[in-house]
Design a protein around this ligand. Structure first.
Ligand code: PRP
Length: 210
């Protein structure tokens, strides 16, 4: 039995439909009920939905053998898991952004609002830039508009949120996409099951021999 942690939301639903197409379907998931864990003994899978930021924790600790996580969370939390496949979906980028035409100069300590304090610290340390982190949990774009921060470090997907709030990207930090991650012991002790899943994923995304 493979235990699979899926991130709640559109990305997780897209990923589940891929698992389903690859022979890992679980009809309980489609039923309208309040269940949290869904099992299909025939296909040898058990799914559960988790908060996206919690998926790496379940996988690291072995409560899930496999999970799907954005590369942003992996870079931020650096969980002790194997990153086994780039699903090439959920693509976006992490940027430094701020008010349009108001890029701060390099002299003062930069106030950075973000959900990603570790990534932001690493990025600005490399640039030898003094910063103060203001850790927020969402709607980060509001911070520079209200003068809470000078810039933000946040996800940009279509760019619409920035555009519609008179903000602009200043610098790109890194490209992001969804990754398949695996628990380290499961990769050993459930080697065949994890290997078969990975090989079906590879065939699905890049054809035989990828
Ligand atoms: C994310 C991100 C941006 C937005 C970017 O927020 O933090 O706010 O999406 O998308 P766009 O470039 O297509 O406009 P999310 O919807 O996850 O909510 P949050 O503000 O609670 O983080």
């Amino acid at each position: 039995m493979l235990n699979i942690a899926l991130p709640k939301g559109r990305l997780g639903e897209n990923v589940y439909s891929i698992f389903n197409a690859l022979g890992y379907g679980c009809s309980e998931i489609d039923e309208d009920n309040r269940k949290l864990i869904f099992t299909n003994n025939e296909n040898g899978v058990r799914y559960f939905w988790a908060k996206p930021a919690d998926v790496p924790i379940y996988v690291e600790r072995g409560a899930a053998d496999i999970g799907v996580s954005g590369k942003d969370l992996l870079l931020e939390c650096n969980p002790d898991v194997y990153e086994i496949f780039d699903l090439s979906i959920g693509k976006c980028r992490l940027c430094v952004a701020g008010v349009k035409g108001a890029r701060p100069d390099g002299d003062t300590t930069l106030r950075v609002a973000t959900k990603y304090p570790n990534i932001a610290r690493r990025y600005f340390r490399k640039k030898n830039r003094d910063i103060e982190i203001i850790k927020l949990n969402g709607s980060i774009e509001i911070a520079p508009l209200l003068g809470l921060s000078d810039v933000i470090v946040d996800i940009v997907e279509t760019g619409a949120t920035l555009r519609e709030n008179n903000l602009e990207p200043y610098e790109d930090i890194v490209d992001i996409s969804a990754r398949l991650i695996a628990n380290k012991s499961s990769s050993k002790f459930k080697h065949d099951e994890v290997g078969q899943l990975l090989s079906r994923m590879r065939d699905h995304f890049c054809g035989k021999g990828c």
